[in-house]
Design a protein around this ligand. Structure first.
Ligand code: ADP
Ligand code: MG
Length: 357
């Protein structure tokens, strides 16, 4: 957008604010949620009283401040990305961090929606909600969950040895026993299931032999896909690899990183009951690598997405409900980020990891 165009839009916004907000009788000025209005250059042109109280700057200071003065620098690039998307002309909601005058940052949930003037977007309403308390509760909850995970992993470890013994003796008895073996088979398959749950649970424990080293992402993904090959072939799934050009490394634990992608690819395969295309994509962007596992399966409905990280939450008859939780923990430990985008056409799991030189 050129300068004159920007000036024109900013002028239109001034008129809009003057007519619609800046008056005592306007409904918006009485809004009890903190909100401000920014123009297309990202400048604050109106701040309501509640917002002034929240930010603790004077109204005069706030006027002409920029989005970059409000949002803390580490949250800024993500935040600006949301604002730039505003051209889509719709309501946008996201979490971010803002700075107050005394300097302490707080967590906020931000809702923005465009201001239309003669069918043109001339600025944005930005409504803030202080979510410091909610964040703190979430943190406490995840600490509790981590503690529960440790406990479960410890128990899993204890149960594994007796289960192995039981399985061994069962096989002995099965060998000696003649005739009907149906019950034995059931016991055996149930023991196998217990074993697979225990194996996944044990990953939850802080692993003792964690080994951080430089990992070539392309190599890692190739190894994982080789591991999964028999399953993709069996399910009639065509794997499309879009990471051949990738030449980046991360610092991480190889087994844990493999576990992450195995979990996602397994889920993708399981979601594509009638086969189809599975895309594994790797993109090098700035200081990070974005790895996407894209399936064309059933998709994840919102009510399931909300619970996806709960331990043992599964929609599958033979699922363990631990894959997403464990992958999440590993990604967090590797300072990565996870994005899940899903609709009825399929699911895209995006893992962003910091790269190393
Ligand atoms: P499990 O695979 O053992 O069920 P997970 O933690 O891996 O456990 O996944 C939890 C649930 O999330 C699954 O049961 C499924 O409903 C849903 N899910 C995860 N990934 C996908 C996907 N790619 N497509 C559709 N649903 C998925
Ligand atoms: Mg799974």
């Amino acid at each position: 957008m050129n300068k004159d165009e920007m000036k024109r839009l900013n002028f239109l916004l001034e008129i809009y604010v003057d007519v619609n907000v800046d008056k005592d009788f306007s409904v918006l000025s009485k809004n009890t949620d903190p909100f401000f209005i920014v123009n297309m250059s990202g400048q604050l042109v109106y701040v309501n009283n509640v917002c002034e109280e929240l930010l603790q700057y004077s109204k005069n200071d706030l006027k002409n401040m920029n989005l970059s003065d409000i949002f803390i620098s580490s949250a800024l690039s993500d935040t600006l990305a949301f604002f730039n998307e505003k051209q889509r002309e719709q309501l946008v909601n996201f979490d971010s961090k803002i700075t107050l005058r005394p300097g302490n940052p707080i967590d906020v949930n931000v809702t923005t929606f465009p201001i239309l003037f003669n069918n043109e977007v001339v600025g944005n309403y930005v409504v803030l909600k202080d979510i410091t308390m909610i964040k703190r509760e979430r943190q406490l909850l995840s600490e509790k969950q981590a503690a529960a995970g440790q406990l479960a992993a410890g128990i899993a470890h204890e149960i594994r040895n007796p289960i192995t013994a039981i399985k061994g003796f069962l096989q002995l008895i099965m060998g000696e026993h003649q005739g009907e073996k149906t019950y034995f088979r059931i016991v055996e398959s149930e023991i196998n299931r217990v074993e697979s749950i225990l194996k996944e649970l044990m990953v939850l424990a802080k692993p003792t032999k964690i080994n951080y080293k430089k990992l070539d992402i392309r190599l890692l993904l190739d190894k994982v896909l080789t591991l999964m090959e028999s399953q993709t072939l069996l399910k009639n799934i065509e794997v499309i690899k879009n990471f051949q050009a990738l030449e980046v490394s991360i610092i991480g634990d190889e087994n844990q990183m493999k576990q992450v992608f195995i979990n996602y690819i397994k889920n993708a395969i399981e979601a594509m009951k009638d086969g189809g295309k599975l895309i594994v994509e790797g993109i090098h962007l700035n200081e990070s690598v974005h790895i996407r596992i894209i399936d064309h399966g059933s998709g994840i409905p919102p009510e399931i997405l909300r619970r996806i990280n709960e331990p043992f939450f599964t929609t599958k008859e033979y699922g363990t409900g631990l894959g997403m939780l464990i992958s999440n923990e590993i990604i967090e430990e590797h300072k990565g980020k996870l994005n899940i985008i899903s609709n009825t056409e399929g699911t895209c799991i995006e893992v962003k990891l910091p790269i190393t030189s």
